[in-house]
Write a protein that binds this ligand. Structure first.
Ligand SMILES: Nc1ncnc2c1ncn2[C@@H]1O[C@H](COP(=O)(O)OP(=O)(O)OP(=O)(O)O)[C@@H](O)[C@H]1O
Ligand SMILES: [Mg+2]
Length: 241
């Protein structure tokens, strides 16, 4: 579904990503892990068109998307959530999701009423329908993460990029969020590229894991192989653990 080839980017003197290649197949859940500052979010920012890479290319369903604007990439079927939720704080939950419904469409001749109905469906799906008239500023972190998910799903993505969907959630909330993501995958047939620090979750959720460190890909494989890899244990814990 998406093929990332030899991608590189620098910020000043810092090589945030260097010669990174991997792909995600249709219906796969791929985990993207690595220590803080490894370049995970930067990769996501490049995929969705916020940053332009200095090297390499990205193809989504055979179309080169490098150089395209974010809204065009979104309309092709790529959506994301943010590590720190980015709601429109002054809008109600429903209005936020309506914005996504309208932005995800190639044609925007949908009436506001119809967009509201569609948005309500996504809010209901993530369990936030009763909060539809709340301002995002009144939602707790779990609810904000669910609103992020509803907004991403409302653009009807084929590929969903999740940036630390579990960060800050307690173990019970994390399990609930994982169930939600699984049912989204089942219901909407989406493919997922998932950045996650919570190992217990990503090892359970992903069929394949890509590991970044200092902007380079240092490993790729099934979770059971990754957890046993001494290089990865060292990258995470440092020294000889
Ligand atoms: N816009 C930017 N300008 C300058 N430096 C940046 C920018 N974005 C990212 N970086 C730097 O690039 C490196 C990779 O950052 P990135 O946010 O991709 O890491 P990450 O793997 O997502 O880390 P974390 O797990 O902490 O979220 C870091 O050193 C970061 O400071
Ligand atoms: Mg990050």
């Amino acid at each position: 579904m998406i093929e990332i080839k030899n991608v590189g980017i620098s910020f000043g003197g810092l090589r945030a990503l260097d010669d990174v290649s991997f792909s995600v197949g249709k219906n796969e859940v791929v985990g993207l892990i690595g220590p803080n500052g490894a370049g995970k979010t930067t990769m996501m920012n490049i995929i969705c068109g916020l940053y332009q890479p200095s090297d390499g290319s990205i193809h989504f369903e055979g179309t080169q998307i490098t150089g395209m604007t974010s809204d065009k990439i979104c309309k092709l079927g790529v959506s994301r959530t943010y590590q720190i939720p980015q709601p429109f704080y002054a809008m109600t939950a429903l209005a936020s999701v309506v914005t996504s419904v309208l932005n995800g469409k190639k044609r925007t001749n949908m009436s506001l009423g119809d967009a509201g109905l569609e948005a309500s469906y996504y809010l209901e799906f993530v369990g936030l329908f009763s909060k539809r008239d709340e301002l995002a500023s009144n939602l707790n972190l779990y609810e904000l993460r669910m609103l992020e998910l509803a907004r991403a799903l409302a653009t009807t993505p084929k590929l969903l990029l999740l940036d630390e969907a579990m960060a800050g959630l307690n173990p019970v909330e994390s399990e609930r969020a994982l169930e939600m993501i699984w049912s989204a995958q089942e219901q909407f047939g989406i493919t997922i590229l998932w950045i996650e620090h919570v190992m217990k979750i990503i090892m359970k959720a992903a069929q394949r894991i890509v590991v970044l460190q200092y902007g380079k890909k240092i490993a790729e494989g099934p979770p059971e192989q990754i957890v046993k890899d001494p290089h990865i244990i060292e990258a995470y814990l440092g020294g000889k653990h």
